[in-house]
Design a protein around this ligand. Sequence first.
Ligand SMILES: [Zn+2]
Length: 97
Amino acid sequence: MIEEKKFSKYLTDVRLSEICRILEYKAKYYGKRYIQIDSYYSSSQECSRCGYKNEKVKDLSVRKWVCPECGSYHDRDINASINILFEGVKKYVKELV
Ligand SMILES: [Zn+2]
């Protein structure tokens, strides 16, 4: 029998892969580009303003934090969204060159 924690991770991975598959399909359908970033990219921990990596943010209970390097105030999810957008744009630009 699979442990509850492993099974929960399995379900999350399956749901995420299904969401990615649907997004890719819809992007192609509407003639858009689908860019997937590395799933291990630490989007929540990196300051979207200066790039400082804050290891203390690894803990999921940390929802808001101030960058010790530049003083920016971050909401964990919004900061991660900005970093994911930047990462996708970087990947897209690399493909163009
Ligand atoms: Zn910063």
